[in-house]
Write a protein that binds this ligand. Structure first.
Ligand code: C5P
Length: 216
């Protein structure tokens, strides 16, 4: 039932700035915002806390029975962003049963007046009918440097080489998995943000949205 609900999808590799851009665009338009990566991260945190083997697809899938996304009522906002969870999430996200369990939750996020959804397969699998699909990229080095600065700002320690290697490994797993791999939808607009600032990217997406509305 998302046909008449405007949806903008923003897909791209890890740390490409999708979350920041998607929430800014959603604010500017008064739309809802879906951070689909957070769902996969919550699922992973749950599996890690239960000691489930991340290579055991059968053991992972039942964790999501009932579509539960709250982690036993515990606030896991910070915990799901830990580097250990980031890396483990791309392993959990290859499991088709996990993706199937999270599909309806994501679909249900589409509500009036509209939705901006960010992730890896928003334009290809979850909202293929979205009138505007954006695929954001930036070199692994630029993305790692952005993540490095974020971690230092938070008072954490970070190693740029290790971050770059970790991002490349996550990209490889996300792009090469059999189910819903990271790739641009055929009708996605590509945006390389390597040399762009946040405001510039937000402006570009809003311009594309204005064009899209005029065409519809
Ligand atoms: O976007 P974020 O970095 O929070 O996503 C964490 C991980 O969740 C990704 O590396 C990917 O493995 C998985 N993910 C996914 N599909 C989505 C969103 C995230 O597979 N739509």
């Amino acid at each position: 039932m998302t046909d008449c609900i405007p949806v903008i999808t923003l897909d791209g590799p890890a740390a490409s700035g999708k979350g920041t851009i998607a929430s800014r665009v959603a604010d500017a338009l008064g739309f809802h915002y879906l951070d689909s990566g957070a769902l996969y991260r919550i699922a992973t945190l749950d599996a890690l806390s239960k000691g489930i083997d991340l290579d055991d697809a059968q053991a992972l899938s039942p964790v999501f029975e009932g579509g539960r996304i709250l982690l036993d009522g515990r606030d896991v906002t910070t915990a799901i962003r830990a580097e250990e969870v980031s890396s483990a999430t791309s392993r959990v996200a290859v499991v088709p049963g996990v993706r199937a369990a999270l599909f309806a939750l994501q679909k249900n996020a589409a509500r009036l007046p509209g939705l901006v959804a960010d992730g890896r397969d928003m334009g290809t699998v979850v909202f293929p009918e979205a009138p505007l699909k954006v695929f954001m990229t930036a070199t692994a080095r630029v993305r790692a440097e952005r993540r490095y600065c974020q971690l230092l700002e938070r008072g954490e320690t970070a190693d740029l080489e290790a971050l770059t290697a970790d991002l490349e490994e996550r990209d490889r797993r996300d792009s090469q998995r059999a189910t819903a791999p990271l790739k641009p939808a055929e009708d996605a607009r590509l945006l390389d943000t390597s040399c762009m600032g946040i405001e510039e990217v937000v402006k570009k997406v809003l311009e594309w949205w204005d064009e899209t509305k005029k065409l519809s």
